[in-house]
Structure formats: C-alpha cells, structure tokens
Ligand binder design. Sequence first.
Ligand code: B12
Length: 249
Amino acid sequence: MKKTLQPYIDEYLRAALDRDQGRAKTVVVRMIAEGSDLATVFDVLAAAQHRVGDLWEKGVASVSDEHFVTDTTLSCVSFASERLAKFRRTARGLAILFTAEGEYHVVALKMLSELLRDQGWDVEFLGPNPSSKYVLERARARGRVDMICVSATMPSSLPNLVETLRKIRAEPFFANTKVVAGGLVFRSNRARGLLRGGADGVALADSVSEGQAPALKFTASLGRNEPPYGADTGRGHRLAERQLHRKSQ
Ligand code: B12
C-alpha cells in the first residue's frame, strides 16, 4: 500500500466505524477532487475492508461494525464509479462476473466490474453465490461471452468454483472465453494448483490499483475491440457521430 494513501484509509475507516456514512463519503469526494483515479479510490476502500477484518479478528470491531463498513464501502464503490467511470461501451466484449457458489465476499468483484466497465467492457455482474446452472444459463442467453471473472475467498467455496469452471471448460460454447480468477483463497499454492486448466490466469492482488493492475492489463489485452467504437481514443465515437451526421444531411 502506498504510504500517501494511509491518511485517507484511517479517516475513511474512522468515519465508517463512527457510523457516519456521509463523513466517509467525504473522503472519497476529496480524493476525486484531488485527482485520484477509480483504482486508487478502490485501493483505499479495499484497505479499509481488510483493516476492519483484522480489527474483528482481534475482537476490537464487532460484526455489526464490519457490516456497516462493508455497506459504506459498497455505496462508495458505486458513488466513485458514477463520478469517475467513463462508461464507454466499446466493442471490447462481454465479461460475466460471479463468485463461487457458497461465497458471499463480493466487494472485490464489484470493484472489478466497475474497473472493467471503465475499460470498455460490457459487464454482466451475477453477484455472490450463483449456482453453476444459473451461470451457464445466463452465459448462453447472452450469445457470446468473451471473459469470465470469478472470485473466491473461503477455502470451503473452492470445490464449487472448480466444478463450475470444469463445466464451463467442457462446453464448446466457451471455447473462446478467457477465464480470470482471483481472491484471497488463491494465496495458497494448493488453491492455485486446483485451478490449473480451468482458468487462463489466476490474478492475485493485495490492493486494487497495485495488485489488480496486472489483472487489468491482462483484461485490457483481451476482447474484441472491433470498430466502429475504437475504445480508448474516442476516435470510434467520432467516426460513428460523423456517419450519423452524414446520414441526417
Ligand atoms: C466483509 C467481510 C465479510 C462480509 C462480506 C460481505 C460482502 N457483501 O462481500 C460477510 C459478513 C458476508 C462475511 C462473511 C464471512 N466471513 Co468474511 N470478511 C469480510 C472482510 C472483513 C472484508 C472482505 C472484503 O470486502 N475485502 C475487500 C476486497 C476488495 O478485497 P479481497 O476480497 O481481499 O480481494 C482482493 C484480491 O483478492 C483481489 N480479488 C478478489 N477477487 C478477485 C477476482 C478477480 C477476477 C481478480 C482479478 C482479483 C480479485 O482483489 C482485491 C484487491 O483489492 C474480510 C477481511 C479480509 N482481511 O479480507 C473477512 C474474511 C474474508 N471473512 C472471513 C470469514 C471467516 C467469514 C465467515 C466464515 C464468518 C462467519 N463465521 O460467518 C463468513 C463466510 C461467508 C461466506 N461463505 O462467504 C475470514 C476468512 C478467513 C479464511 N481465509 O478462511 C476473513 C479473512 C476475516 C478474518 N480475518 O478472519 N465476511
């Protein structure tokens, strides 16, 4: 964690532990005003989440403290995304995000979904704990899936994740779908080993912008990136606008 972020983390967490969501949000507002990007804001929120977990483990924070901080964080993730994400819906492709069945830790995946949208992905966020049947149904209903991102925290949810990925890999429908997996559980070599063959990349991270950066670079290299939208440069949008303009003349 970058040292300079520590004051924001402390202030954000203090406000959330004081049950003052408005004051916590003010920290995010200030970061945005000072020029922080979405990933850096998420770094602060992620660090606060980890910290409240440590405090809970030590018996200093209660379960209700943890719930309030998480609720505040999810609200700030949405708020910061509305302020900062560009929501360019390019032709990069469709990414489907979900946690393992039996897995309720969803904050990281929610952050990732906003970062991917910002990168130009079309995102379908299936949220926590979907059954593999539901995941496969939703994917087929979308016609083509370019990337699947999965998250697992608890060792107990790992067998379900492996099973879902096995089913995905067995279907010709997903032949060209990239799979990216991440989450706390993959700190263990055993967990990483279990995914071999089921995921194209196991992305691990301690913080969003520092840790997820490799994952984001990886996802940035995937997808269709087809014209006319032309993703990052805005050129595609201008082209489409010009075409529309010509048609209306
Ligand atoms: C909030 C929280 C909860 C909330 C979750 C609410 C929600 N809507 O998500 C609730 C209350 C539901 C919960 C429940 C439980 N929790 Co809990 N929880 C946490 C806590 C405090 C924060 C998690 C979080 O939000 N992290 C913030 C995100 C941003 O970080 P992250 O998940 O670590 O992910 C990072 C990377 O791994 C990566 N990443 C993650 N996924 C992916 C996916 C992809 C594709 C990529 C590229 C990257 C990536 O990105 C993030 C980088 O910034 C942690 C503490 C901690 N140290 O993690 C405990 C913690 C994870 N919980 C724990 C436990 C024990 C439980 C329960 C068993 C408690 C209980 N007795 O009921 C249950 C299990 C529920 C279940 N089956 O899922 C333990 C897990 C220990 C272990 N490894 O076994 C922890 C570590 C607390 C502790 N110190 O003991 N929890």
